[in-house]
Design a protein around this ligand. Sequence first.
Ligand SMILES: [Zn+2]
Length: 114
Amino acid sequence: MSVFSDIKFCLKPRCPVCRKGRLFRPHSITVVPRCAECDADLGAHDIGDGASVFLIFFFGITIIPLAWWFENAVHPPLWLHGILWLAVMLGAIALLLPVVKAYIIMLEWRHRKG
Ligand SMILES: [Zn+2]
């Protein structure tokens, strides 16, 4: 397992065992119960809110300073902050949540006991 194969796995989530079958249901971030290719029990993975919590911390150290800088540089009205940062957050969540969830599942599979 190299860093590049891990990045590829996270960008195009597949079964952590065979790396062929889908990890998520189509158009969703729900983990499939079993791999269609190797029949691995993927439904046993329950990472709960792990990916969401990671992203909350990540946005806290990235988006909040950007909003503070934008306020001091441009002095926009409050409604513009609401629309702008809501759109940025929703877009970033849509892009990053599947990637982070796949990464956590990959790590869980790699380091699980038994
Ligand atoms: Zn598989």
